[in-house]
Write a protein that binds this ligand. Structure first.
Ligand code: 13P
Length: 255
């Protein structure tokens, strides 16, 4: 496994887009785009919808691209209609899962404790969790950036006690920059990423890769990926198109 922070990690979160057929069409086109122009230096990862996990995991593209679930339920199985367990995600071919994406926190009401329970479920099943943290505009305006990031990160540290730094990741996604076209400036991203590193240091933890997410596009990805302490990007809307995701994946390559 690649040691943390040596290769950037470029991940796409498809949210509630693309069923299995559309996912296969994307994978065919993305594989062709990589064949034409390989994105050499980045590790690549996709988070398809639950129903499309298998289609991506069975596509030959998995030789180059990892696959993850967008969320998992804390329990391994049971009477939880509509939910996906970490074990089922593994069965479908996932090796990663997002935990605590801002839409899970703010639309579905997941608390810090809920996110920690999902991280625990990932580790139980052998999935690598990518823990998402980020402040709302209101929290930022009130000067609560540090408090919010510290609280969200510290909530997941106990389950990650014995987890190596390359077996999980953090995504810093300021809520005000998600799907809005507003991107955090490189200075904003650097400040938040250094703050997260400091929190990890306070707890004597090794630092996993810390990705930036929020309106990452082909034209700003290079600058963000070149920013100090930014080890990758988590891309929403721009990961839905094979050409734009390919452009972002290659944005860290030397020209
Ligand atoms: P956008 O790139 O569409 O802003 O989404 C970011 C995100 O939420 C990725 O998880």
């Amino acid at each position: 496994m690649t040691p943390p922070a040596t290769r950037p990690l470029v991940a796409g979160n498809w949210k509630m887009h693309k069923g299995p057929r559309e996912a296969s069409v994307f994978c065919d086109a993305f594989a062709a785009a990589l064949e034409a122009e390989p994105a050499g230096s980045a590790d690549l990862l996709l988070f398809p919808s639950a129903v499309a996990l298998g289609a991506v995991a069975r596509h030959p593209i998995v030789e180059r691209v990892g696959v993850g679930a967008q969320t998992v339920h804390p329990e391994p199985s049971g009477a939880f209609t509509g939910e996906l367990s970490a074990e089922m995600a593994v069965d479908a071919g996932a090796t990663w899962a997002l935990a605590g994406h801002s839409e899970r926190r703010h639309v579905f009401g997941e608390s810090d404790a809920d996110v920690a329970a999902r991280v625990r479920a990932c580790l139980r099943a052998g999935l690598r969790p990518m823990v998402c943290v980020g402040e709302t505009l209101e929290e930022r305006r009130r000067g609560h950036l540090e408090g919010v990031l510290r609280r969200q990160l510290e909530a997941v540290l106990p389950p990650l006690d014995d987890t190596a730094a390359d077996a999980w990741a953090i995504a810093y996604e300021p809520v005000w920059a998600i799907g809005t076209g507003e991107t955090a400036s490189p200075d904003d991203a650097r400040e938040a990423h250094l703050l997260l590193r400091r929190v990890l240091g306070d707890h004597g933890r090794a630092v996993p890769r810390i990705l930036y997410g929020g309106s990452v596009k082909p034209d700003n990805a290079g600058e963000l990926l070149a920013t100090e302490a930014v080890d990758g990007v988590l891309v929403g809307g721009a990961s839905l198109d094979p050409a734009s995701f390919r452009a972002i994946a290659g944005a860290s390559d030397p020209r």
